[in-house]
Ligand binder design. Sequence first.
Ligand code: NAG
Ligand code: NAG
Ligand code: NAG
Length: 346
Amino acid sequence: MMLHLLPLISLATGTISLRITPKSTTDTTQLPLVIWHGLGDDFERDGLNNVANLAEKINPNTHVHIIHLSDTGSGDRQATFFGNVSDQLDSVCAQLSTDPILQSAPAINALGFSQGGQFLRGYIERCNNPPVHNLITFGSQHNGISEFQQCEIGDWFCSAAESILRSGTWVDFVQSHVVPAQYFRDMNELEPYLEHSNFLADINNERAVKNGAYKRRLESLNLFVMYMFGNDSVAVPKETAHFADVNSTDGAVTGLKDRRIYKEDWIGLRSLDERDRLDFRTVPGQHMEISREELEGAFREFFGPTRNDLIVANAAAAAAASSVQLEWVEDEEVKSPGLVVQPGSL
Ligand SMILES: *[C@@H]1O[C@H](CO)[C@@H](O)[C@H](O)[C@H]1NC(C)=O
Ligand SMILES: *[C@@H]1O[C@H](CO)[C@@H](O)[C@H](O)[C@H]1NC(C)=O
Ligand SMILES: *[C@@H]1O[C@H](CO)[C@@H](O)[C@H](O)[C@H]1NC(C)=O
């Protein structure tokens, strides 16, 4: 699910001066941008570095950090196929919280391509330090995939991951080692998913016991924008980019707003929506085929200089979210959750 920019972006790379002024008394701050790439991509690829350059060109003084799970491109690419996503998130939480520039910023913006989008959401729900201001995802699998992608011939990592995935999606070994298995979800086979899913069922708060901190942290976002590719046939179903549920048997689509995750507000999507903080966009094209205009437009609209009062308000909400540990348990009989504060957790 590598990033393809159409037409190919080629920008002269000039020297970039970094200037982050977190306690600035001016009215706006240019927040750093953190990018998490997709399956089969790596932090050294030209496509990704062109995106970073474009972000700096559109919004001067943007410090861009491309998340990487290894110091080499090949190791980073391998980690998009293999690994325990929870462990990977732990290491990304450590990477971002110890980066001197990111750590000194009052907040960061986040851009997720394909699976990197749901992983950035995982970052927000699990740690969110530094806190994310705007989260923008392109073709991400927020509600999982019900089919694994076709691998290109000769792509050994992809083929190996695919064959292990097919050998048993719900086997714990697969759940702890094959990345796409950890967001595999078929609405017609929810039972094994709820029992074994190592990542998605947890961050989507789909199990009976809900993690209130996940909801609070996601709610603290200023904006959550989800782009779907109109002709996406790689991420199946494509509507997963908008959190819709699609019946793999008859193709019936249940939009987010008709789903319990929204109606009972398991992860804060409804409260974000009620405050006008959710944005669903559709762009033409196949998976990860982003036009340069589209990307530039998104950078202008969402990653420009940000008003300091907004940054402070959202960062305060994010900090408050981390200091409470609310859990609530779904009440199967009345089908509505009641808030349960675990004894001693406050
Ligand atoms: C993945 O890693 C987490 C954190 O280390 C661990 O709790 C979990 O059990 C692992 N998942 C599996 C399926 O082994
Ligand atoms: C999916 O569609 C099939 C065929 O229409 C139907 O039998 C099944 O109950 C549907 N699944 C869910 C979870 O609604
Ligand atoms: C999908 O591609 C076809 C053919 O290229 C085009 O006519 C159609 O408008 C596209 N659909 C979307 C939703 O982008």
